[in-house]
Structure formats: structure tokens, C-alpha cells
Design a protein around this ligand. Structure first.
Ligand code: NAD
Length: 252
């Protein structure tokens, strides 16, 4: 795919990796449909993207709310009459042990703690992937659905909910590649390792040292390294149905 003048939707574009991807794609001439819960942060991303001379529009939506997702993508179809990709990046973590015994008391992960993460990470990806594919078909656009998974999909302690959700979105990309290839739509998952963000900047030095010792590359990843993988997946039309691991060689 030619990046210049493509139209790409990104969920969770208000901050973090999603914002970084948006800015990086804007620099390559991509027009953007930016989706997030947070209107203020979205408009900051929009302003920064537009400084590179592209069109960027904001769609405030909760990816777990079907009617909000459907309206956002209907509006994207009206605004751009084209859609060449969606990055299902919006995601949350609510870590906790499945079962923890403390002072003779058995504590458990609540159903709400499990389902809230599954809702945003899995149902949100399902809804946005589905609606994006519909717009691609309605507008006769060739496109790519990219699901952001994680190294945690292998199963990380304290992350029953998050690990399960990230395994699910990786598998969904494989299914969609098989189902949608006939329509000229590809689907790929990207599984980042630990990436340097505002969140990881708060990890204490001892904990950081332990973490880095688990990464063969000897450091955390950079947001740019995820953004460049997004560009690679968009540009290379023979990449589909696979999980791209960008984790410095880390294994859970
Ligand atoms: P972040 O918390 O900085 O940003 C997430 C964005 O998603 C926020 O702007 C938030 O408002 C938005 N969002 C959350 N729930 C939403 C909802 N229901 N509807 C719409 N928007 C919603 O996270 P990040 O670190 O940038 O991570 C982005 C993605 O990458 C996530 O899916 C995360 O699981 C994945 N990931 C991150 C890392 C890392 O090291 N940062 C590693 C592996 C995978």
C-alpha cells in the first residue's frame, strides 16, 4: 500500500502508542481518523498531525459501545469516502492475581476486573475491526486491520484478564486474514514487548533493572519501533494472518 493519501483509523489515539503512531503516519502523508474516549487529548493529537499537512479528524467514542462505534465509522465513511486501515490500539490493564491467599484469606480477581479488560481489549477490537471492514467494502478500499496484542499473550503472572485478551486479539487477526483476504483486506497482529511510555517511566530503578534483565536486547522498546512496524505492515501487501513480535526477544 502507498502510504501517501491513505486513510487510516487509530483507536486510543489520544495518548501513548496510538498518538505516536498517528504522528508517525501523518509524517508519511497519511490522513487520519482518530478515535478515543478523551476529546481533549484527541484534539491535541489532531492539531499535531495536521501540522504535517494531512487531514486528521476526531471521533470521540467508547470502543465498547456498539452504537458509538457504528456511528463513528459511519461518520468516517461520510467524511473520507475511503478507509485503508484500522489500528485496534485502545486497550487497558487491570492487573491482579487470579487467586491470592493472604493472612489465611483467599482473595480473587473479580468478574468485573476480568470483564472490563476483555470488554475494551477484545469486544472493542471486534467492534472496530468489524465496522472498519464494512467501510472498506462500502467504499471499495483495499485495507488492513491491525490488532495490537502484547508479549503478555503467552501468559503473564497477575494478568489473567490482559493476557487472555491479547491472545484473543492475535487470534482474531488470523481469522480475519482468512475470511477477508477474498475482499482484498489483510489482517495482522503486532505484539509489542515492554515499550518506553509515560507509564514505564514510573517503574522504580530496581524493578526496571529486573525487567531489563529479561530482555535480550538489553533495553525497553521505543514507541517509534512500534510505529515503524505499523508502517511496514501497511506497506507490505504480502504480510497477513501473522503476529509480528516486536519485543527485543523477551519471553514471558
Ligand atoms: P495508554 O493507556 O497510554 O493509551 C490507551 C489509550 O486508549 C488512551 O488514550 C485511552 O483514553 C484509550 N482508551 C482506553 N479505553 C478506551 C475505550 N473504551 N474507548 C476508546 N478509547 C479508549 O496505553 P499504551 O501504553 O499507549 O498502549 C496502547 C496499546 O498497546 C494497548 O492496547 C496496550 O495493551 C498495548 N501494549 C502496550 C505496551 C506498552 O509497553 N506500552 C506493550 C504491549 C502492548
Amino acid at each position: 500500500m502507498e502510504l501517501a493519501n491513505a486513510v487510516i483509523a487509530i483507536t486510543g489515539a489520544g495518548q501513548g502508542l496510538g498518538k505516536h503512531m498517528a504522528l508517525s503516519l501523518a509524517q508519511s502523508g497519511v490522513n487520519l481518523a482518530l478515535i478515543d474516549l478523551d476529546a481533549l487529548q484527541l484534539s491535541e493529537t489532531q492539531t499535531q498531525c495536521e501540522s504535517y499537512g494531512v487531514t486528521a479528524r476526531c471521533y470521540v467514542a467508547d470502543v465498547t459501545a456498539e452504537h458509538q462505534v457504528c456511528s463513528a465509522f459511519e461518520q468516517i465513511e461520510t467524511d473520507f469516502d475511503q478507509l485503508n486501515g484500522v489500528v485496534n490500539n485502545a486497550g487497558i490493564m487491570r492487573d491482579g492475581m487470579f487467586i491470592k491467599v493472604r493472612d489465611g484469606q483467599v482473595n480473587t480477581m473479580s468478574l468485573d476486573q476480568f470483564q472490563s479488560v476483555m470488554n475494551v481489549n477484545v469486544s472493542g477490537t471486534f467492534l472496530c475491526g468489524r465496522e472498519a471492514a464494512k467501510v472498506m467494502l462500502n467504499t471499495d478500499s483495499k485495507g488492513v486491520i491491525i490488532n495490537i496484542s502484547s508479549v503478555a499473550r503467552a501468559g503473564n503472572i497477575g494478568q489473567t484478564n490482559y493476557s487472555a485478551s491479547k491472545a484473543a486479539v492475535a487470534t482474531m487477526a488470523t481469522v480475519w486474514a482468512k475470511e477477508l483476504g477474498r475482499y482484498g483486506i489483510r489482517s495482522v497482529a503486532i505484539a509489542p514487548g515492554v515499550i518506553k511510555t509515560a507509564m514505564t517511566d514510573q517503574i522504580k530503578p530496581e524493578a526496571m533493572e529486573r525487567l531489563v534483565s529479561m530482555i535480550p536486547a538489553g533495553r525497553l522498546g521505543e514507541a517509534d519501533e512500534i510505529a515503524s512496524t505499523i508502517k511496514y505492515v501497511l506497506e507490505n501487501d504480502f504480510v497477513t494472518g501473522r503476529v509480528m513480535e516486536v519485543d527485543g526477544g523477551m519471553r514471558m
